[in-house]
Design a protein around this ligand. Sequence first.
Ligand code: FAD
Length: 386
Amino acid sequence: MRWDAVVVGAGPAGSATALLLARSGARVLLLDRARFPRDKPCSEYLSPETTRVLERLGGGVLDAVAQASHARLTGMKVVAPSGRAMIGRFDRTGARFSFALPRTSFDMILRSAAETAGAVVQEGVKVHDLIYDRGAVGGVIAAETHRARVVVGADGLRSVVARRLGGVRTSSPRRVAFTAHVADVAGVTDVGEMHVGQTGYVGMGPIGGGVTTVALVVPVKTLKLRTGFFDALDRFPGLAGRFDRRRVVRGILATGPFAQWSRASVAPDGGALLVGDAADFFDPFTGQGIYSALRGAELAAAAVMEALTSGASLQAYARARRREFAGKWLLERLIALGVGWPALVERVVARLARRADLADLLVRASGNCIPARAVLAPGVLAGLLW
Ligand SMILES: Cc1cc2nc3c(=O)[nH]c(=O)nc-3n(C[C@H](O)[C@H](O)[C@H](O)COP(=O)(O)OP(=O)(O)OC[C@H]3O[C@@H](n4cnc5c(N)ncnc54)[C@H](O)[C@@H]3O)c2cc1C
């Protein structure tokens, strides 16, 4: 059998793409090497704009998220190495919020919605190569060969589809992450927290049920965690003494290095495209990955349906991605580089602690509530420093 589309990876990018394609009438096979529910190292915050994408996905996805155990965040707090802090809100009334929930439940909701929409889902199937048909990608090789008119690579940070297509690049800063779930963390409120240290940073926030997700992100070159996870957390002034080490409810997951991207999101000779982390993954500081995966899925599904129904080139997808994400990529890169300079963070946080308007602007842009260009304007960038 030849599928209209084989989607590799049932994370947010793959499940959302499969759902949209199946609902449009395509015959879709969704493959994942894992068995669900599966976990994923993440800070588990869905930026506020993600809610709108979940609503557009339909299929009861947004209701299922709202009914799952979750937390609601109304803004972000950034703490500088000295302990000085700033808070930005998604809006000043508190009405705009972001969901935060465990990836085990979020990804399961999306994977099930794809199946309900008509995608055939196979778990425990690891794809290891592509096949070609008259020069273009024509399917994937797992335990068996699956032929398809289009292959969607949604297989995450170390995507085998991206590697087989060639052109995977890495860039600085190279960081790795350790994530854990801890219960009853002291001082947790309705804002996510980012604590920047002399080397690395910690992102954390509630995910419902009294549990906090904690991610320690450090440069690869300082990787020798001579002390343990909690000793490393205790060195941040805003975190010291807030954790009870006996209250770890899910052990530590490690991932990285990040800062990996593909030179092309569409196979040069057609037949395949990349979405989500498989296409590009920068640094998790701004927490845009899930939004980008879902928004990318919308763009990918539209381009694949055009290709299937009218033979259009998949290159339209590459252009749509550039239009949609160029500003975000730049903002994300600037922030990722900036957090590697403690003196710079100190200065910006001191400035934003006095300028609530700018703090809100930055948090709203990084939460996708407003376009990134609102922050990239020279006057605003200058305002962050002077
Ligand atoms: C420390 C950390 C914190 C983060 N915090 C946030 C946050 O708070 N908010 C946010 O929005 N983003 C965050 N992100 C980013 C976010 O986790 C990713 O951007 C998001 O998971 C991307 O989704 P995806 O579907 O592209 O990939 P994934 O979620 O990684 O899914 C890929 C899927 O592909 C499957 N797969 C892989 N290889 C194969 C293969 N060969 N064959 C078959 N299946 C395969 C995997 O099993 C997996 O299920 C964070 C990332 C990190 C590392």
